[in-house]
Design a protein around this ligand. Structure first.
Ligand code: ASP
Length: 328
């Protein structure tokens, strides 16, 4: 054995991966891949991540591991929370947030780009404007692909962190009345969250204008699972019984006509006045960014959970990275 390979052997011991660990080596493409047992495990790990970060900030569980953050659409929270998650676990990140400066602008295909990045990285986080793009990337990549938003399709890690927020703030979601408000047609976060909540006995209220309503296929999918669902055009009637109010932005980038967007964007605005009709024990969530749907005057209301929600996101993503890489 050469000195180098003996050194590598010594070093590789603490790097041992638990190959039978839940999610080890798996892609995260849709919330439909999870059952309640998976969620219990993920949230146990996320909760543990929270307490470790609160005590010591960071540790070296993923020392030597590399994440490629590949974003074909803008991102602040998803991209930086995956970076923070990886770095708090002692790993490192290849950030590709400006695909226009990568070989994508030379015409490289998505399969080739991910097959390139997996030569360097252990896991790839991908955001792309097309529905199904992450599933396509996963067909070609051998390393795990984590869907960080595929167009108007899904945003599974957001839904996982949203549900973690509900668990941490209100406890088990069984029996809760969850109101999803805003652009339910184009908002991938509500598509994933509604599907994930279908694992629990919740009531889902959809508040949107007719043109932005929850897609029929999702309503039908959840209908088959016997989820209680009801659609509204106004918030007033349903707010007093709501336990979780999940507000979304009208997704400007999905509109062909700016004029149509302008007509719809300010239909619902949550203000301190709105909050008077809400329960004392409830939470307001938002995947963010907000562009006027929640007035800043609501931010100091203890029920406003959207800033805490971002922090829960980092713990959830730490848990997912550790699990996918066989370290939890
Ligand atoms: N950040 C979320 C997403 O990427 C929500 C939004 O953009 O409105 O889907």
């Amino acid at each position: 054995m050469t000195p180098l390979s003996s050194a590598i052997n010594t070093f590789s011991l603490p790097f041992g991966e638990q190959r039978n660990a839940p999610l080890y080596g798996q892609d995260i493409l849709s919330v439909n891949q999870f059952n309640r047992e998976d969620l219990t495990y993920i949230y146990r790990v996320a909760h543990e991540m929270r307490s470790i970060v609160e005590r010591i900030g960071s540790f070296d569980l993923l020392n030597g591991k590399i994440l490629a953050n590949l974003f074909y659409e803008p991102s602040t929270r998803t991209s930086s929370s995956f970076t923070a998650a990886m770095e708090r676990l002692g790993g490192s990140v290849i950030p590709i947030n400006n695909v226009q400066y990568s070989s994508v602008s030379k015409g490289e295909s998505l399969p080739d780009t991910v097959r390139t990045l997996e030569c360097y990285a252990d896991v790839i986080v991908l955001r792309h404007p097309e529905v199904g793009s992450c599933a396509l990337a996963a067909q070609y990549a051998k390393k795990p692909i984590i869907n960080a938003g595929d167009g108007i399709g899904e945003h599974p890690t957001q839904a996982l962190l949203d549900l973690f927020t509900i668990f941490e703030e209100l406890g088990n979601p069984e029996g809760l009345s969850v109101t999803l408000l805003g652009d339910l047609k184009n908002g991938r976060t509500v598509h994933s969250l509604a599907r994930l909540l279908a694992l629990f006995n919740v009531k889902l209220n959809y508040v949107s204008p007719e043109v932005l309503k929850m897609p029929e296929e999702i309503v039908a999918e959840l209908g088959k699972k016997k989820v209680k669902q009801e659609a509204f055009s106004e918030l007033d009637g349903i707010l007093p019984e709501t336990d979780v109010l999940y507000v979304t932005r009208v997704q400007k980038e999905r509109f062909a006509s700016l004029e149509e967007y302008e007509q719809l964007k300010d239909l619902y605005v949550i203000t301190p006045e709105t909050m008077k009709a809400a329960k004392q024990r409830m939470i307001v969530m938002h995947p963010l960014p907000r562009v006027g749907e929640i007035s800043m005057d609501v931010d100091d209301d203890p029920r406003a959970a959207y800033f805490r929600q971002m922090e829960y996101g980092m713990y959830t993503r730490m848990a997912l990275l550790a699990m996918v890489l066989g370290k939890a």
